[in-house]
Ligand binder design. Sequence first.
Ligand code: KG4
Ligand code: ZN
Length: 353
Amino acid sequence: MISTAAYQGGPVLGIETSCDETSAAVVDESGIRGLAILSQDAHAAFGGVVPEIAAREHVRSLGVLVRHAMQQANVVDEEIGGVGVTAGPGLVGALLVGLNWGKAYAFASGIPLLGVHHMEGHLFGTALEHANAKPPFIGLLVSGGHTILLEARGWGDYRLLGQTRDDAAGEAFDKVARRLGLAYPGGPEIERVAADGKAGRFSLPRPMLSSRDHPSDAAYFDMSFSGLKTAAAMLASELERNGGLNGLVPDLAAEFQEAVIDVLVEKTMRAVKFTNCHRVVLGGGVARNSRLRNCLSERLADGGELYIPSGRLATDNAAMIAEVARHRLKNGERSSWSLNADPSLAFPGLVCS
Ligand code: KG4
Ligand code: ZN
């Protein structure tokens, strides 16, 4: 095996192709120098991400996006000091496109490569915009594939407090939106429609919020959105049988959104209380939801700190991947040239106690 070069400093090129956003970025110690994101719209007609289409679209656009990010950063190939690429979790075909691109680029340039965990990326994304979004903090990661509540004791040193037992929060948004006839991705659509509705007209469950649970019970911090999704779908069917959904979608969407947010906010506040850590960092696509942002900031108003990424850094982007890589490369880590994509990659440094 040919050994990899050590990181000598310099801007890091980040690549993200785990799902349906193709993205490249250049990041250095001053922050984001260049960032290009292409949200693939080829999936909209199918109501969800089609893995084969995602991979082909990444192949088509990644090279152009890398050039775009480098031009924006005003750097040439010779100045790039390392490459960070999402190695998992995600769609394997999609991951392989970015991984092989990054590997080839790093190998040809004689610079180190680092495989990054996508969700650790979401944890670092917020720190690119807020200097104080650094450990120790409670992290709430809410995306289309994951919902994780953790305590970050240091970068790379994470304690898992809770996670979803079934659907991710974003996935539930997407599926309920689809059931209500709304477009993909469903999160922003539910939020848009819910703005004209009223939560409370219908009643949906708030799963796993029993006040009898104790922090030593896994159920205290864990979440579940599958039953809530089914309850929303059953309510929609009942309303359809009794005269149709016409005019009722905003109230149903508002109640569903409120139920998800009640659970996320309550679990986060339990984590704050349990750890006595009052700094909360939000990450992942669902962090774009303004009702979630407002509810959390209200609950943390009294002495807490809340750090929220801007829209472009909440959803998938390569700047967060480059930032994880920059941090880990600086610490002397690097991946071997045999690095492979892993759709169920374990979160590095995440432990259960
Ligand atoms: O982090 P992300 O871009 O991709 C994954 O890693 O999955 O998150 C995408 C998810 C989708 O499920 C999408 O519906 C959701 O984030 N999302 C939202 C909003 N914007 C995006 N969910 C609720 N409200 C929003 N405004
Ligand atoms: Zn993501």
